[in-house]
Write a protein that binds this ligand. Structure first.
Ligand code: GDG
Length: 734
């Protein structure tokens, strides 16, 4: 098994020395986390487990040097570069990624710049990734795509290699529908369609997952069941996988000789002071300004802590080409100066400020030396800093102050959780942290450490890949029920051989697609021709078995000589005969139900009531899907109680709720036809719950076929009405 990890950047930095390209491995949160998983993946129990990491190498590579670099990267670190010019990357990365997606997905819609040129470059880079991956992908490979830079890639890959197993993980938050819909219509649909090319989509938090599923429903109209979407013949699963850290790496490093030495050095100027640590990439989402204001409020309110506390503020340069980042840097510089100027003295600097990144040992030393970590993002997918801080605490002392807007707050509930927009709350949290008894600190940190140790980054990656493989197994089970080539061939052969054949065909969703209103779903000329042809053969008994009224069936199919069943089995019309009712039924209950349904028509715009002779239907196909699903549940609950003493059934169909007499259904109608003769070939095709009654009464040898990929009593599945048409066209041939 081969795993292809795809991310925007390869975990390397390239340097040119004496005209030759050299590279160093770089270690960030994701990189170091994934690297340890991939190392263990290489020696895992999975047969021939191997991996290749694909991404942009970070710089534009001269055409002449590409071949050489490619083989060097592949041989030495199992990496495969995607070559893209810096000019294109600028519009893609600084443009679409960081001026559209990053601000929008972090709830900063006013920072988003909807530039068509950025979108063009986003598509171009995703396509270039796809083409590069095609150079190495083999059937059976597992693809794991990372993050918001590559949201179109799953679909692009699926189009080239339909059977690839593709997983996608989003490292940033997925926004609510109200934010996501701000994207121009074409972009937002293409992004969702792009993501749905995956078999598994992973998000940090339950909310992110739900927001994604809601966008899919509201924008594309695809419903899900427990996070599972069925699209054509494919299962797509969305689930929550909160990313973690390499716990042991941070824990062990905190006691390494290098870190112990660095810690001592750091402690020299800070020995008489409590240390508050703030470290982030320079980013407006990280709440650095709010943090400084919160600290300022704390100093204002608590003069007793002056000269006894120091904020170590590390800001790591990032995305320098984006205007908001330059602006925030100016703001931070100003605020640090203001606070130090106002509260500082010759022998005390309230904020020690550094605008550069730290080597790993220094970072770990700072974590372990700090009494408090102040982590106050305005919005953050997860936030690894918070987790890493806890991991370095050998004596389990130290206090984490964490924003409720970070995904990490869902797992690190023992931290002091704050709202980053509330300066008073930040200030009070700092005071509470400084005064927290050691025993309390140890209790809180022990609980968090156990959690982080048990669910580390390896476990995170492992669970993602396991679930990706399990979706593959589920898919296989579904595929096994698909009417494949050989079963279909046998069906046709058995049918042709038979002397007496019975064919049950449902109408809506089986022979025609669903339309906005029932009147619009008329049969096409081609369908009428096929049905006529099929029904004319004296060996065939073709029964159109529908929930429609006899009037509409008569109107649409009256001219062809075919058996009809209306209202799900209530009315029967044999060829050349008149309609008759299968058994006498009451319909006086309708007058009590219709006003209730009308009430729900008022409560759900675009829903309407259809009255049939022995049933009534509340249709909601054109209504807002979310409100509709709530109203449908409410109505069902209400009807169940309301009709407790009446012998009627409430059926949840495809975007309809139908209320009809109990005891008569497609099954009873099916038995009526089955009793007419000994049939040596029986075929029944339907897409709805009402067809299940029919499937249940058929003999085991019958070819029962469910249209759509949902659970059914039917023996086989076809994915949509056009496949049904192909099949009946084939059997209608002489
Ligand atoms: C995105 C999401 C999500 C930082 N400064 C230095 C340094 N770091 C390392 C930290 C940590 C990583 O960078 C930062 O990770 P975060 O999670 O805090 O934030 P993002 O970079 O925005 O990451 C985020 C993450 O993806 C993973 O899914 O949690 O929400 O935005 O690992 O240690 N490392 C060193 N020196 C530094 O100065 N060595």
């Amino acid at each position: 098994m081969r795993l292809l990890v795809i991310s925007n950047r390869l975990p390397i930095t390239i340097v040119e020395k004496d005209g030759e390209l050299k590279f160093n491995k770089s270690a960030g949160g994701l990189v170091s986390g994934l690297s340890s998983y991939l190392t263990s993946f290489g020696d895992s129990s999975l047969p021939q487990a191997k991996y290749i990491w694909t991404g942009w190498p970070g710089v534009e590579i001269d055409k002449k040097k590409r071949k050489n670099l490619k083989s060097k990267l592949l041989n030495e670190i199992q990496a495969y570069p995607v070559f893209i010019s810096e000019k294109i990357m600028d519009k893609f990365y600084l443009g679409f990624c960081n001026k559209v997606i990053w601000p929008l997905f972090h709830y900063f819609p006013s920072y988003a710049v909807y530039d068509e040129d950025y979108w063009t470059h986003y598509k171009l880079v995703n396509e270039t990734f796809c083409n590069t991956i095609m150079e190495i992908a083999k059937p059976g490979d597992i693809i794991w795509i990372h993050d918001y830079h590559l949201m179109l890639l799953p679909k692009l890959l699926r189009e080239k290699m339909p059977n690839l197993q593709i997983g996608f993980f989003l490292h940033i938050p997925f926004p609510t529908f109200e934010i996501f819909r701000l994207l121009p219509g074409k972009w937002r649909s293409e992004i969702l369609q792009g993501l749905l090319g995956s078999n598994l989509l992973g998000f940090h938090t339950y909310n992110d997952t739900q927001y994604f599923l809601r966008c899919v429903l509201c924008i594309l109209g695809y419903e899900h069941n427990m996070g599972q979407i069925l699209l054509d013949k494919r299962i797509i699963k969305a689930d929550t996988f909160p990313i973690s850290i390499d716990f042991q790496k941070f824990y062990n490093a905190a006691n390494s000789p290098e870190v112990v030495t660095t810690r001592k050095e750091f402690l020299k100027p800070l020995s008489n002071s409590k240390v508050i640590l703030s470290i982030d990439r320079l980013d407006y989402t990280k709440g650095i300004i709010n943090r400084l204001r919160g600290y300022e409020t704390f100093l204002k309110k608590n003069p007793q802590w002056h000269k006894k506390v120091t904020l170590v503020l590390i800001v790591v340069p990032s995305r320098i080409g984006v205007e908001q980042y330059r602006h925030i840097k100016v703001q931070i510089d100003g605020l640090v100066g203001k606070i130090n100027g106002r509260f500082g003295s010759v022998n005390w600097t309230p904020i020690i400020y550094q605008y550069k990144s730290l080597p790993f040992n220094a970072l770990t030393a700072l974590y372990s030396v700090s009494d408090i970590a102040l982590v106050t993002p305005l919005r953050d997918g997860m936030n690894l800093i918070a987790k890493e801080y806890i991991a370095t605490k050998h004596d389990k002392t130290g206090v984490l102050i964490l924003s409720e807007m970070a995904g990490a707050s869902k797992e690190l509930g023992e931290a002091i959780i704050i709202n980053p927009n509330d300066m008073e709350e930040i200030a009070d949290a700092i005071k509470k942290a400084l005064e927290m008894p050691k025993k309390e600190q140890i209790k809180r940190n022990t609980a968090m450490q156990i959690r982080l140790k048990n669910y580390d980054v390896k476990r995170w990656a492992d669970e993602f890949i396991k679930e990706l493989l399990s979706v593959k197994e589920d898919q296989k089970r579904i595929n096994a029920k698909l009417l494949n080539y050989s079963t279909r061939k046998k069906l046709v052969k058995d049918f042709k051989k038979a002397k007496k054949r019975l064919i049950f065909l449902d109408y809506d969703g089986t022979l025609v697609p669903f339309a906005g209103t029932p009147q619009m779903a008329k049969p096409t000329k081609e369908l009428l021709k096929i049905l006529k042809h099929l029904s004319e053969s004296p060996q065939n008994e073709v029964v159109l078995i529908s929930g429609r009224t006899r009037d509409i069936l008569e109107k649409w199919f009256g001219k062809i000589n075919i058996n009809l069943v209306a209202e799900h089995g209530v009315w029967i019309k044999r060829k050349n005969k008149d309609w008759h009712i299968i058994k006498p039924l009451p319909n006086d209950w309708k007058s009590r139900i219709i006003p209730v349904l009308n009430l729900y028509v008022d409560r759900l715009p675009y829903s309407f009531v259809e009255e049939k002779e022995f049933s009534v239907v509340w249709h909601y196909r054109k209504a807002d899907p979310e409100l509709a699903s709530i109203r449908a549940k409410e109505l069902t609950d209400y009807l169940v109680n309301f009709t407790a003493n009446i012998d009627i059934q409430i059926l949840q169909g495809s975007k309809v709720i139908e209320i009809r007499n109990a005891g008569v259904n497609k099954g009873t109608a099916g038995l009526y036809w089955l009793s007419k003769s000994d049939f040596d070939s029986i075929i029944a095709i339907g897409d709805d719950w009402t067809d299940e009654d029919l499937f249940k009464v058929l003999p085991e040898t019958a070819y029962s076929i469910k249209v759509g990929m949902t659970q059914s009593y039917a023996r086989f599945n076809l994915s949509n009405y056009s496949e049904v048409l192909e099949l009946i066209k084939e059997i209608s041939k002489k």
